[in-house]
Design a protein around this ligand. Structure first.
Ligand SMILES: [Zn+2]
Ligand SMILES: [Zn+2]
Length: 250
């Protein structure tokens, strides 16, 4: 493992926090960033390989932090927004849906939406003294593989099916562990205001995606933001979104 040194990292201790939520699934987050915008990072430990889903902002070295848990994981990016991809460059094996490959290959404040959503006031504390949103720099991290609907990610004792779930963004994906009823649903379904108004969002497509996910026998949903949801909470979240868009024609 080698973490590039040119990147500007915080030297604040405890930039990341973590909790094992169930056996072999560790939730990692960046406590200093505002709670509703901070990304849920998941480490999923398998018998033959480990998977990391999303990376947070890249202001601390996620790879170093995760080394004891998952020394050589496959990184899956649920989509290309700034809050999910900042540490992607630290991982040797990283995949994203074809539709967003160009974002991680040439990320900017504009195409990752950092320019719309990232603000220094949203950190307590800031990663370093004098930090401004303009300091946030995301390194290019061209995908080493592309994923799409129906692909299987096999970790030995866990198997995930990639679901292409556009709506929040064109290349959003969820990971579905059918055997356990676990759905990693990223920014597609989470408790809180659903972001369907970004330039990359499409509400009619989002409604189709929501209806599709509503039919899955989800027991536990692991979203990209906010708390982990029971199956019933997951379906209620979808139902309230669908109800709020009743007048949108599909
Ligand atoms: Zn997003
Ligand atoms: Zn997000």
């Amino acid at each position: 493992m080698s973490v590039p040194l040119r990147h500007h990292y915080t030297d604040r201790a405890d930039w990341f926090a973590r909790q094992e939520v169930t056996q072999g699934i560790v939730h990692v987050w960046e406590p200093a960033y505002r709670e509703d915008y901070r990304c849920n990072i998941y480490v999923i430990q398998g018998s033959t390989s480990d998977l990391v889903l999303d990376t947070g902002l890249g202001l601390g070295s996620l790879r170093t932090y995760l080394a004891p848990l998952a020394p050589d994981p496959l990184l899956v990016l649920s989509h290309g927004h700034y809050d999910h991809i900042g540490s992607a460059f630290e991982f040797e094996r990283r995949v994203i849906h074809t539709a967003e490959a160009q974002i991680v290959a040439a990320p900017t404040h504009a195409n990752t939406y950092a320019d719309l959503l990232l603000a220094e006031e949203d950190f307590t504390p800031t990663p370093w003294d004098g930090f401004t949103a303009a300091d946030w720099a995301v390194e290019p991290a061209p995908a080493t593989g592309l994923i799409g609907e129906g692909d299987i990610l096999d970790l030995g004792d866990r198997r995930f099916t990639v679901l292409h779930t556009p709506g929040h963004s064109w290349g959003s994906v969820c990971l579905w562990d059918e055997a356990r009823g676990f759905l990693f649903c990223a920014d597609t379904v989470y408790a809180g205001e659903i972001f369907d108004h970004l330039p990359c969002s499409d509400i009619p497509i989002y409604l189709q995606t929501m209806r599709r996910l509503r039919e899955l026998p989800v027991r536990t949903a692991f979203p990209g933001h906010g708390p982990i949801l029971s199956g019933d909470e997951f379906r209620l979240t979808i139902d309230s979104y669908l109800a709020s868009k009743q007048r949108v024609k599909t």
